[in-house]
Design a protein. Sequence first.
Length: 90
Amino acid sequence: MVDYFVIAKAEVLSEKAHGILAKYAKYTNYDEIGTPEAIIDIENSLAILAKKIIKCQSEEEINNAAQSLVIYENIIDNIQVLSPKGTLSV
């Protein structure tokens, strides 16, 4: 049986994942030479997660994906603190 509530949540989380991915793209698309390798790797991992989210079939998978998105978003929102220079040029 199809759980439409899980499908709806997966669609919302997928949109959120793509929004977070856009934040990463702001740093990686303009200056790949100056972008730390770790940020590029995180962006790639997030892209993979964004594709998997839409295929979630249980509430547990949705919750795990939501927790992961919180971590990804916290990283990109605090990138200036994490960057050795204090900021990345965009």
